[in-house]
Design a protein around this ligand. Sequence first.
Ligand SMILES: C[S@@+](CC[C@H](N)C(=O)[O-])C[C@H]1O[C@@H](n2cnc3c(N)ncnc32)[C@H](O)[C@@H]1O
Length: 264
Amino acid sequence: MPDLLPHIGSPKKYIEPFGGSLSVALNINAEEYILNDINQDLYSLYTNVDEKFVNECKELFTDENNTKEKYLELRKLFNTIKDCRERAKLFLYLNKHAFNGLSRYNSKGEYNVPYGRIAKDSKTGEKKINKAHFPEQELNHFRDVFLTQKVNFFNTSFSDKSLYQNIGPGDVVYFDPPYVPASETASFTDYAKEGFTYDQQIQLAELAESLCNRCAKVIISNHDVPTTRELYKNAEIYSIQVRRSISANKTSRKKVNELIAVYQ
Ligand SMILES: C[S@@+](CC[C@H](N)C(=O)[O-])C[C@H]1O[C@@H](n2cnc3c(N)ncnc32)[C@H](O)[C@@H]1O
């Protein structure tokens, strides 16, 4: 965040097409926000966070619901119900009880992350259940920030032109896409496994250049590897080190090189 925020500054319009947790949008000050993610459950979460919703979510975070059996029962329920608001509540519950806070779906679109609150006691080596954090403060902060400002949420692909209507000088587009593989030996098929292809990485770099030609400032985050250096060869490149927070093996949560590409 300290490396990224100075590049974003305080834009007139701020556009974040790969919104995810919206952690970046929550930390900047813009006059207007266009916030998007292709994940429908995330979009439902963004658009349903009112006081009643927060209270109803809180009811799911009990000790009784923090067991593997109950988690699997609620995961099954999530995968069968259609109501977006109910799904958004369960999505939050699943995310906070899932292994490593992952969000992953199988090819049928079913959420399939295993239960993740079982840990070993560091002293006795015995298995114990860790409490799940209910993000009440974070949800309320989200409401405070986005209910009081001019915000439009979208649920579409980054390539959808409607996200970039009327952008121009003073506006900033920040792209934080699914990353290319960190290892140079990984094959291109790995991109598809992540659900984001190499062709989409190229399409994104081309879109960034075209938006910059409309005088908006465009920023992209990604791994710092030869592929991305080539993709963003027309941008200014800033290399940074970031500690990985998602890895099955705690000892492999090393610092990896990432880059910030800036088109202006
Ligand atoms: C690296 S994460 C973004 C992280 C975010 N900056 C944060 O702070 O949490 C990438 C996001 O892109 C979304 N995504 C994947 N493919 C997409 C696409 N084609 N169009 C828009 N969003 C997409 C995923 O659902 C995911 O939330």
